[in-house]
Design a binder for this molecule. Structure first.
Ligand code: ADP
Ligand code: MG
Length: 238
């Protein structure tokens, strides 16, 4: 687990300012959701947290450590994207082992970790298959497994349910929250879906136009939206 702070984050692409002074303060072990309409800057913010892009201004801290300039591999994070990005030529087992191999984990530890994670996610019977022989939900669970198996301090999710059919969406959503709770990780989860946001978040951030419109517990924001945008977006009673 790790607390995540972002201070006065500004991100420009050329002339265009995409994030305008974003502040995040996510406690150790919290499940934070960033919600907002398409184009408001959610993915950009997540990519900055991951170290896949560099900030134009501002600071990012994981616990006491400033990570603003650090590469993704030095941040102890795992990212789960909307496209599963599994290696198509590798078995499920090899996909799960990939990050551990990079870190030169010994074979016994690797076997044990992969076994644990496969059991947890109910994919133990799929280990020798190739990704193309899995259903969408199974693929997403393998992608989760690949993130979990490294036991990172921080999970970053970018609309991980958007390619799943509605029935699976609910199931995987519940799975994600369960993994977070069991692992005692900190999670930052991006979505444009109000229901996902309201049901998953301990801490909710509502974004619009590259700015945080409101931060708080979902129920508090729903009951007392700070402005018309938040009220309209979350469907608060007038
Ligand atoms: P969201 O994930 O909330 O839909 P994004 O973070 O993907 O929003 O995008 C926010 C804005 O930044 C959009 O207007 C998008 O076109 C722009 N943007 C994102 N990445 C780039 C980039 N690499 N170059 C230029 N503009 C970008
Ligand atoms: Mg996005």
């Amino acid at each position: 687990m790790v607390a995540v702070k972002a201070q006065n984050i500004v991100k420009r692409f050329g002339e265009v300012t995409v994030l305008r002074g974003v502040e995040l303060d996510i406690p150790d072990g919290a499940f934070a959701v960033l919600v907002g309409p398409s184009g408001c800057g959610k993915s950009t913010l997540l990519r900055l947290l991951a170290g896949l892009e560099q900030v134009s201004e501002g600071k990012i801290l994981f616990g006491e450590r400033e990570v603003t300039q650090l590469e993704p591999r030095d941040r102890d994070i795992a990212m789960v994207f909307q496209s599963y990005a599994l290696y198509p030529h590798m078995s499920v087992r090899r996909n799960l082992e990939f990050g551990l191999r990079l870190r030169k984990t010994d074979a016994a530890t690797m076997n044990q970790r992969v076994g644990e994670v496969a059991k947890m996610l109910d994919i133990a019977h799929l280990l020798e298959r190739l990704p193309k022989d899995l259903s969408g939900g199974q693929r997403q669970r393998v992608a989760m497994g690949r993130a979990i198996v490294r036991r990172p301090a921080l999970f970053l999710f970018d609309e991980p349910l958007s390619n799943l059919d509605p029935a699976l969406r609910t199931q995987v959503r519940v799975d994600i929250r369960k993994q977070h709770d069991e692992l005692g990780a900190t999670s930052v989860y991006v979505t444009h879906d109000q229901v996902e946001a309201m049901t998953l978040a301990d801490v909710l951030y509502v974004l619009e136009g590259g700015e945080v419109q409101q931060r708080g517990r979902p129920i508090d924001i729903y009951d007392e939206p700070r402005n018309c945008f938040v009220a309209g977006f979350l469907g608060s009673p007038a």
